[in-house]
Design a protein around this ligand. Structure first.
Ligand code: MN3
Length: 200
């Protein structure tokens, strides 16, 4: 299959003022598109691998030939991570359901969860992602460098935040903590709850 840029599912300005329209447009049409293009280029001539969906592809990088493994890890990871990220973003969705109960159970309270997530996202050195992963219903927070995906570690993400500078620099410059704080205003908790239920 040829990998393709997915639709965002909402307008570029839908997340204003928390994430600005220009950042969303560049992030989607330039950064994400480039991961897709470079993944397709890497897979050219590898017909067996080209049949796989991106998450299948990155779930066992040991099966990818060494000659293209770094490209699949970086660009396949980038395609997977961003495809996962866009539907997680929506304004005015309240936390509820099974995932709310799981957060209270596994972190003690929503405030404790937010503090741990925010600290890990703020302290992550360089470029990478902060994730909430579910393991047999239990939630934990992990980070990955670059475009590495928790899927490659056999983990199931239910929430993720892109903390590459390209995700926030136009509006927030060096103020990553402000961007992380704004993220909590645009989490699509309905989507997260659905992912949590599917993972449990
Ligand atoms: Mn990004």
């Amino acid at each position: 299959m040829t990998h393709a840029l997915p639709e965002l599912g909402y307008d570029y300005d839908a997340l204003e003022p928390f994430i600005d329209a220009k950042t969303m447009e560049i992030h989607h049409t330039k950064h994400h598109q480039t991961y897709v293009d470079k993944l397709n280029a890497a897979l050219d001539g590898h017909d067996d691998l080209a049949k796989l969906g991106v998450n299948e592809l990155i779930s066992d990088l040991g099966k990818v030939p060494e000659s293209i493994r770094p490209a699949v890890r970086n660009h396949g990871g980038g395609h997977s991570n961003h495809s996962f990220f866009w539907p997680l973003l929506k304004k005015n969705v309240a936390l509820g359901g099974a995932v709310q109960e799981a957060i209270d159970r596994d972190f003690g309270s929503f405030d404790s969860f937010k503090t741990e997530f925010s600290n890990k996202a703020a302290l992550l050195f360089g470029s990478g992602w902060t994730w909430v992963v579910a393991d047999q219903g239990k939630l934990s927070i992990v980070t990955t460098p670059n475009q590495d995906s928790p899927v490659s570690d056999g983990k199931t993400p239910v929430l993720g935040l892109d903390v590459w500078e390209h995700a926030y620099y136009l509006k927030y410059q060096n103020r990553r903590p402000d961007y992380i704080n704004a993220f909590f205003d645009i989490i699509n908790w309905d989507k997260v709850n659905g992912l949590y239920l599917a993972a449990s």
